[in-house]
Design a protein around this ligand. Sequence first.
Ligand SMILES: Cc1cc2nc3c(=O)[nH]c(=O)nc-3n(C[C@H](O)[C@H](O)[C@H](O)COP(=O)(O)OP(=O)(O)OC[C@H]3O[C@@H](n4cnc5c(N)ncnc54)[C@H](O)[C@@H]3O)c2cc1C
Ligand code: FES
Ligand code: FES
Length: 1210
Amino acid sequence: MGAPSSLNAVHRPLVFSLNGQRVELSSVDPSTTLLSYIRSETRFRGPKRGCGEGGCGACLVMLAKYNPKTKEVKESSVNSCLVMLCSIDGCAITTTEGLGNQRDGFHAIQKRLSAFHGSQCGFCTPGMTMAIYGHLKHEQQHQQKETAENGNCTNGAVAKPCSGPTSQEMERAIQGNICRCTGYRPILDVCKSFASDVDLEDLGLNTCWADKAEAKEEKLPLYDPKGDPTFPKFLIDELEARKGIQENGHARTLREEDGESLKARFTHVDSNMEGEKMRAWVSPKSLDELSAALKQLKGRKDRVKLVVGNTSSGLYKEIATIDVFVDISQIPELLTVNKNSRSLEVGAATRISELMDYLVDFRNKDGTGNVVAEGLVDHAKKLAGGHVRNWGSVGGNLVMAQKFAFESDLATILLGAGALVKVVTLTEGSEPSVAEMPLDDFLAKGTLNEDGLLQSVYIPLISDSKTDSKIVFKSYRGAPRPYGNAVSYGNAAFLANVSRNEKDETVIESVRLAFGAFGTNHAIRAFKVEELLKGKALSLSLIKESVALLKKEVVPLEGTSKKDYRVSLLVGFIFDFLNSLLSKEPTVTPTNLFPHTGKQNITIADDNYPLSQPTAKFLSQQQASGEATYCDDIPSPPRCLYAAFVLSTEPHARIKGIDATAALESVGAVDFVSLNDIPKGGGNKGIFNAFDHSEETLFAEDIVGYVGQPLGVMVADTYDHARLAAGRVCVDYDTHSVGAPVMNCHDALAQGSTLPTYPPSPLSVKHPIGNVEKALAEAEFNLEGTVSTKSQNHFYMETQTSLAIPDEDECITIYTACQGVDPVQQSVAKCLNLPLNNVRIITRRLGGGFGGKATRNIQISTAVALAAYKLRRPVRISLDRNTDMQMVGGRNPTETSYRVSFTKSGKITALKADILLESGWYADVTNFLPLLMSGTLKKYNWGTFDVKYTICKTNNVPKTSVRGPGHCEASAIADAVMNHVASYLGISGNKVRDENLHTPESFQLFQGEGSGDVGFTLPAIWERAKALSKLEEREKQIETFNEQSKWLKRGISIVPSVYGVSSYPMTATVSIFKDGSIVVEVGGVEMGQGLYTKVRQAVAFSLRSLWNKGKDVDMVSKIRVLQQDSFSLPNTFADGGSTTSESSCAAASQACEVLVQRLQPVKEKLAKDKGGEVTWADLCMTVRSWFYTPGVHSRTLRCNFFVTIILCYV
Ligand SMILES: Cc1cc2nc3c(=O)[nH]c(=O)nc-3n(C[C@H](O)[C@H](O)[C@H](O)COP(=O)(O)OP(=O)(O)OC[C@H]3O[C@@H](n4cnc5c(N)ncnc54)[C@H](O)[C@@H]3O)c2cc1C
Ligand code: FES
Ligand code: FES
């Protein structure tokens, strides 16, 4: 069915620039985000989708706006996953590719990120680049404004040299960004390298200088802001031309049969079997236009959303269900700013960062800083990340707090400051009526009615009025992270007017106490406590009374998580506030987290060149510029379809039926692929476990075993349509006939729901060491205890993703982000009943894996392979973050009960432990955990030792390997026991650990063969660590500090770690081209660990006798390591266990040895024939010649090696 005819009316298209190029779109789906547009419609892949919620910063772009009135350009970094495409009309967008790229030259930020080793998997790196750039621009704009205000600048748009931001400011650049691999230190070094006050010698290891003595600014990649992208001239001209012209959308029929029209800027019609559904974007330019639009929308079924920044969609996922977006960001009344010496009023559409800028500029009458304004800014710096603040509005935040009970910081601090709001009610045909009310009343009001609009916020910024009283404003925030995208568990803001009485006591003249986010519908004032304190002289007993009263006033709602913790936070806040007024000794000394400092001392030797050199990560500049290609960056092939999983919503149930009829009628839906589509001879195989060759099903059969278990995949013409359709598949469950689900280890034990370990009885697991029972019976002291370790979700930055392309002769190629192509190949082949040589798996790099893509990716790849096979069309999938977290289990939870015996000095004589490991519905790698855990538990000499493991099968998502699986859990258990003993004896945990370190003999006894033959190095490392950290000296200092400090206590601990490493068989090929360049293929996957970089160094090193260092060639740069391809390098394994890089290097080195054996005689002959030194280029050119090579009549110097190395405990 076609679009209604009225849609064909001509209207002004959406115009913006992308990396300097003009983009004009006459047709836009109003629900499209800027990120979706860039990634699906343009060649730019710099902005990545990490979370899709504004939380990770991977999708950052620069958004510049030109103001035709002031001629000013304002640039800010924004999360493109939250910005709606329709709202960027007239803006200039720059992605990291627009800053710099391989062809045109990289930007200084990109170069420095590479030089300071600021990327590993690189998935976050484009976002980091843009975050740093955004911050630099913000600082430059700030400086420019200051220069202009000081009278030195004639035009705000003219760039002036500036002294530059401080390290402290620069570190905040990445507040809204997450990196899961690199560790923030090198990235912070890059931030600080742009600061005016940085001591370059303090920056960490980098490739700009080998020695700190050489640390000079000129050695850094040069940054000249003059080379930065500017606002395109054509866009300025266009915006100037538009000025004064009344912007018009065209009358669009929302639903044709209604006969009513709405002035919509853009509309989009989705047709499906149920009819047509239109989405519209309305951009009123005045309250009148808004009023008219709202009137037309009134009473309709359409879901309407007023939009400013749309950042709320990061928290409340409603975009897909919205029919009409009403963009209120350009209504003048919502953008006004009124300042005087005692207050600030901003329109509701003012962005939070703009409000902060106004507050920073605010000065009291006498020119001094204002305590309330400063307090508000300090708190706002912790709210969300800078990029969300740049786009999210003040009004949007407050309405979210009112409408969704959002845990807003802004609402609480503005409430504390005594803000008022104006609410406007729009009535068609008459003047809008405006009501002013305290923020408390607005928040308590509940949702605004359909005609209501938050117009502005008025903030009183009072300063000390009398010399004998003082205004104090303090705010608090308890959140999972102090800075950056973590919503509060509780927040508070207190404003008091205090004076001293004749007894020199503090008197509270007046006070406002605002609390929020603690599990309440909205921020509230603690009126009773305010009343109690008012007019009183502060005393300890009054503080206690206040705390007791507060506990009655701040009661979290039923169902709030961490209730007690939240209340205790609020109690801590008020206690600290009142105590700071009462006492000279502050409760907590404020700690300034910025800038972070640390020292790295590394000696760079020339031996083993180039292995010993700090080498920039292979293609790290391309990672920063967004040119490094990840699986989901591969352009979709023609006729490509998109898949979304249909997952079980029950933990344990019988499937009575799956009905996809409604889903298939949904917009863009193509097919539902399920068990019935597995070809004849194929199997319901979803995961082939390379470790023990066990298998998991692809889709649940009769019974579902956990919430998140795949039941099928919905395939559609876009991701969004596939997800919408997947949500419409109806599954009929019978939960009665299967019994109650088993949700934890205790239930599993009670029901005998256990799984075997693997190998079934490994020596290290089975055999106790010594006579534990006897040691326990004879011990001086005995203790019993329990330790539980919780699960941990996977959060690799790149979610699971695959692209399957059917090929001739029943072949299929799958591009995927997996930790090993071989198990994926096997699983797909088994499912589709194909020989392995019909299934080609290609993996170039991963945006992080951490164990989560070792097994769980196999199911995702097999599902798209089945869909592509069935539909004979390419099919791709990229899980959204929620689905990823639901489908991919995290770390295994453990429950340990133990008995331990020890002497008075803390020497342990026995450990007997009973460990329950939760596996979830399938074993995945849980059955290996006992093996891994035992090795780590035995890091201490327990005297005698016995551990029993039970693997508990539950109705939870299968747990899988997560960074150091088993090791982290075992280490935590071992040290919990040590600390238990220490606290019982009243001695330091460090001492107990020291007492129980292994001797070489006891290590041999405990670890058996695993102890290796390289010597037990731990005691030496331990002593060195103690000496370097000055442990004893610091322990004494801490003791003194703790005696003197009433509230703040410190501690220090030193913990040993042993990690069992073993390596897997590895393959490699090394091929040399005629021009001397080299390609290498290895069986390991590059997932951020630097495998390719190490392999390049290892190959250059292994060929060292054939080239001449310093004179000849930069050999490392000649080497390219290729993606993993199951056809060109078959029978590999999966990455894991921290040895894949080393095995890959070893395999490649062995291949090089053969090449050296073959080429060395050629080189010698050539040297003799030519006389003098033979260069690498000469050698390669000569070898080209068929006849020159003595004894070797082959032009192809290609080797394929299978290498196994076994490493031991170190
Ligand atoms: C990752 C992330 C982290 C965050 N962390 C924090 C945090 O730590 N602390 C905190 O306080 N906030 C936090 N926020 C919230 C953030 O401040 C808000 O999302 C933002 O301010 C909303 O503004 P907006 O313009 O994008 O609103 P929009 O998304 O455009 O609108 C939000 C809601 O308000 C309505 N609305 C908007 N303006 C008006 C108006 N003038 N009148 C009537 N209705 C209106 C809209 O219809 C919508 O329902 C976070 C947000 C994200 C995405
Ligand atoms: S912030 Fe946009 S993808 Fe994470
Ligand atoms: S390098 Fe930052 S997430 Fe991998």
